[in-house]
Design a protein around this ligand. Structure first.
Ligand code: FES
Length: 119
């Protein structure tokens, strides 16, 4: 019997990320997609954001970056800052973090890869 391919996040319309109750305001967590990609999930004052856990500058993990403003996350490697509402680096807007669409359904947080929005 042939093995079925493991679905990647790009192929999956929605990824179950967390229970809403497990992501309290001002907390964050990493979510591991089936293909091994990691996604940073943030609760910023009750607003949920999800982004690829890789800085577009040199690929550092942004999971432990500090939040210097309500919607600005600083990369711990070289200090670039990203506005997580629009994904852009505040100093170089052409540098962008990939954001995921966040949906809350029946008490669970679901993520949709931007590449899968047309699915
Ligand atoms: S790797 Fe993030 S600022 Fe350089």
């Amino acid at each position: 019997m042939p093995l079925l391919p493991t679905p990647s996040l790009a192929d999956t319309a929605l990824l179950a990320a967390s229970a809403v109750q497990d992501l309290l305001p001002s907390t964050r967590k990493l979510v591991f997609a089936p293909d091994g990609e990691t996604v940073l999930l943030l609760n910023m004052e009750g607003e949920l954001y999800a982004m690829e856990n890789s800085c577009p500058d040199a690929g550092a993990s942004i999971a432990c970056g500090s939040c210097c403003d309500q919607h600005v996350l600083s990369c711990p490697a070289h200090g670039l800052k990203f506005d997580i509402r629009n994904s852009q680096c505040t100093a170089s807007p052409q540098l962008q973090i990939k954001l995921y669409e966040v949906l809350v359904l029946e008490g669970k947080i679901w993520l949709r890869n931007p590449k899968a929005r047309s699915l």
